[in-house]
Design a protein. Structure first.
Lengths: 410, 174
C-alpha cells in the first residue's frame, strides 16, 4: 500500500495461497514474518516442478536428469550471487540456514584463526544463533567475547563499539537488523571501524535480506548469512556468503561426499569452492525454490517492498502509540518492519493466545534474544513483524485485537 | 456417597482412610463438572474470560517461593509448582506470570489437588479436550499445559514410591 497506491497489494496477496486460509473462523492475519515468511505459489510450484520434471542427484551424474537438476541448482547459486551482489558464484555456500552459516564460520574460520586472548565483538542485539557458536569457539580457543551495548531506544552504541575495538579484535559478528526490536544497525560504520583494526566481519542478515537490498561488495563485508525461509523461500535452506580468499584459506567444516577432490585412506584432498563447504547431497529442491523466491522478490522490487513495509511500520507504530498502556520496546529511528511491544499488566503469552483467536499470528516470548529482553528488563514481548503482503487493514485488526485483550484482562 | 449405602460406613469413620473407588468417582465428577461449566458458554471469549477469572482468583505463590528450583521447564511463560502430602493426599500449590496459564493451573488444581497419588496417575488430562479452548491449548506445548500435567503426574509417582515423604523436591523427579 504505497502512498501513491501503485503497490500491487491485491495481486501480491493472491500469490500467497495461505493468506486465504481462515484461523478459528477468522481470516488469517499473519504478522509473524520475522519468524518465518509465507511462500508464494512461484516457490511452492517450483518445489513440485523440480520433483515432477527435473530431479536427480547433482554434480555427479552424466545422465540427463542429473544435468537438469545440477543446472537448476547452479542457476539458483547465480541468483543468490546477484541478490547479494557477490563478486563470484563460488562465494555462495548453501547451508541449512543462517544458524548453520554462522556455525560454519565460527567453527572453520574460528578454530583456524583464533588464539587465546583474541577478541570477538558481538552486540546485545544478537539472536542466540550469533552468540552461542562464538561462545563455543571461544571456549575451544581461549578467545574472549566483548559485547557492544545498546541504548534505551535499542540503538547500537557506536562509541562503545569503537572503545571495544583493539588490535586484539579478530572478529566482529553483528546483526544487520535486530530480530527482537527491528533496529537497523549502521553496518557501514561498523565495518569501516573494524577494517582499521584488520578484524574480520560477519553480518547476520536474517532480518535484513527480506527488507533491504544488500550489496556485500559495497559493504566490503567478509561473511554474510541469511535464511531462505524468512525470504519467502523454503525452510531448510540458506546462504553463507564469504570472500573467496577467506573461504579458500578455511578448513572444511563437515566431511563427506561432494566436498572432496580425491580420497585415499592416507590423505584426502578437498574440492574447490563452493563445494568444499557443501558436504553431502544438498537440499536440491530447496535451493532451486530459493532461486524462485529471489526471482519473486526481484519482480516486485526492493524499493517498492521497503516503501510498503515502512508505511506499515509507521502506521502500526502510530496506532499503537495512540493507545493507552502500550509500551513499544525498541524505538530506534531506523527500523525494519518489526514492532515489539507490551501491554501493561498483561503477559505477552496471554496477548498472543487471545490474538490467535482473532486469527492474528504474532510472536510472543524472548525471540531467541534473551540479552535484549534483559536489557529492557522484560521477560518477553509481543512482536508483530510485517512482510510484503501485509496491509493497513491488518494493522487495524491487530489494534482491535489489542483492544479486546485490554478489555478481557481489565 | 455411594460408599456408605453399600456398607462402607465404618470405613468412613476412619479419618485417614480413602476409599479408592469413591475418590476415583469423585475426580471424574470434578472433570465432568468442569466440562458442564464450559458447555454453558456460547463462544471462546466467554470461555477465556472464565479462565481469566479463575486465574485472578487463584491464590498463587508468594514471590519468594517463585524460585528457579520449582520452575516447570517447557513452558513459554514462567510456571512454578510445589507439592506436599497431607493425610495421604497430595496438595499442589502453583503459580504463573501469565493469567491464562494461572487459570489453567486453577483448573488443574481443582482436578488434581487433594487427591491420592493413584487417583492422579490414573487421570489423564483428556477432559481439556472437551473444553473447546482451541486445539492449540490441549495439543501444543507452548502454553505449558503438557509440561504442567507431566509435572503433576511425576510428583504423584514420586509420592506413590516414597511412602513416607511429606514433600518431594522437584530435582528428584524423574
Amino acid at each position: 500500500m504505497a502512498a501513491n497506491g501503485s503497490y500491487p497489494i491485491d495481486r501480491i496477496r493472491g500469490d500467497f495461497p495461505i493468506l486465504s486460509e481462515e484461523v478459528h473462523g477468522k481470516p488469517l492475519v499473519y504478522l509473524d514474518n520475522g519468524a518465518s515468511a509465507q511462500k508464494p505459489s512461484a516457490v511452492i510450484d517450483q518445489i513440485s516442478k523440480t520433483y515432477e520434471t527435473g530431479y536427480a542427484n547433482v554434480h555427479r551424474g552424466v545422465h540427463y536428469m542429473s544435468q537438469i537438476a545440477t543446472d537448476a541448482m547452479e542457476d539458483a547459486r547465480r541468483k543468490a550471487q546477484m541478490f547479494l551482489n557477490a563478486a563470484d558464484e563460488k562465494e555462495i555456500i548453501f547451508v541449512r540456514g543462517a544458524t548453520e552459516g554462522i556455525n560454519l564460520v565460527a567453527s572453520s574460520w574460528g578454530r583456524a584463526n583464533l588464539q587465546e586472548g583474541d577478541e570477538i565483538i558481538l552486540s546485545v542485539l544478537e539472536h542466540h544463533s550469533n552468540i552461542v557458536p562464538w561462545q563455543i569457539v571461544a571456549e575451544q580457543t581461549g578467545a574472549v567475547i566483548k559485547v557492544v551495548p545498546i541504548d534505551d531506544a535499542g540503538i547500537f552504541l557506536m562509541d562503545e563499539y569503537e572503545k571495544l575495538l583493539s588490535e586484539k579484535t579478530k572478529m566482529v559478528a553483528v546483526t544487520h537488523v535486530s530480530n527482537a526490536l527491528g533496529t537497523i544497525v549502521p553496518v557501514e560504520d561498523v565495518i569501516c571501524l573494524a577494517r582499521e583494526k584488520d578484524a574480520c566481519i560477519l553480518l547476520d542478515g536474517c532480518q535484513a535480506a527480506p527488507h533491504l537490498p544488500v550489496d556485500v561488495q559495497a559493504l566490503d563485508v567478509d561473511f554474510y548469512v541469511f535464511s531462505g525461509h524468512k525470504l519467502y523461500g523454503p525452510s531448510g535452506i540458506g546462504v553463507l556468503y564469504g570472500k573467496e580468499a577467506l573461504l579458500d584459506a578455511m578448513p572444511p567444516y563437515e566431511g563427506g561426499g561432494e566436498m572432496i577432490d580425491r580420497v585415499t585412506f592416507e590423505k584426502t584432498t578437498y574440492a574447490e569452492l563452493p563445494f568444499k563447504f557443501e558436504a553431502g547431497t544438498p537440499h536440491i529442491s530447496g535451493i532451486i525454490a530459493l532461486g524462485s523466491a529471489i526471482d519473486y522478490l526481484n519482480g516486485i522490487g526492493f524499493d517498492a517492498i521497503a516503501e510498503h513495509e515502512h508505511g506499515l511500520l509507521e502506521y502500526a507504530t502510530e496506532r499503537l502509540t495512540e493507545m493507552n498502556s502500550i509500551e513499544i520496546v525498541g524505538t530506534a529511528p531506523e527500523k525494519a518492519a518489526i514492532l515489539s511491544f507490551n501491554i501493561q499488566d498483561v503477559h505477552p503469552h496471554d496477548v498472543g493466545t487471545i490474538l490467535d483467536h482473532d486469527g492474528i499470528a504474532v510472536r510472543t516470548g524472548h525471540h531467541c534474544a534473551q540479552p535484549v529482553m534483559d536489557r529492557f528488563d522484560v521477560a518477553a514481548t509481543v512482536r508483530a513483524s510485517f512482510g510484503l503482503y501485509n496491509t493497513k487493514s491488518e494493522v487495524d485488526a491487530l489494534v482491535e485485537g489489542i483492544k479486546r485483550v485490554q478489555e478481557m484482562f481489565a | 456417597m455411594a460408599g456408605w449405602k453399600s456398607g462402607h460406613i465404618d470405613r468412613a469413620w476412619k479419618p485417614d482412610y480413602i476409599d479408592p473407588m469413591t475418590e476415583l468417582s469423585k475426580i471424574d465428577s470434578t472433570t465432568q463438572e468442569i466440562i458442564d461449566e464450559f458447555a454453558f458458554f456460547d463462544d471462546w471469549m466467554q470461555r477465556y474470560e472464565y479462565i481469566i477469572e479463575m486465574g485472578k482468583a487463584l491464590e498463587g505463590l508468594p514471590d519468594d517461593r517463585k524460585d528457579d528450583a520449582h520452575k516447570v521447564p517447557g513452558c513459554q511463560s514462567q510456571v512454578w509448582f510445589y507439592a506436599r502430602r497431607e493425610n495421604g493426599r497430595i496438595q499442589f500449590d502453583a503459580d504463573s506470570d501469565a493469567m491464562i496459564v494461572r487459570g489453567l493451573i486453577a483448573l488443574l488444581l481443582r482436578v488434581y489437588s487433594n487427591r491420592t497419588p493413584d487417583e492422579i496417575i490414573s487421570t489423564p488430562p483428556e477432559f481439556f479436550e472437551a473444553l473447546e479452548l482451541g486445539s492449540h491449548l490441549s495439543g501444543s506445548r507452548a502454553n505449558g499445559l503438557h509440561a504442567m500435567v507431566t509435572r503433576i503426574h511425576a510428583y504423584a509417582k514420586a509420592f506413590r514410591d516414597e511412602l513416607s515423604a511429606d514433600t518431594i523436591e522437584p530435582e528428584t523427579l524423574a
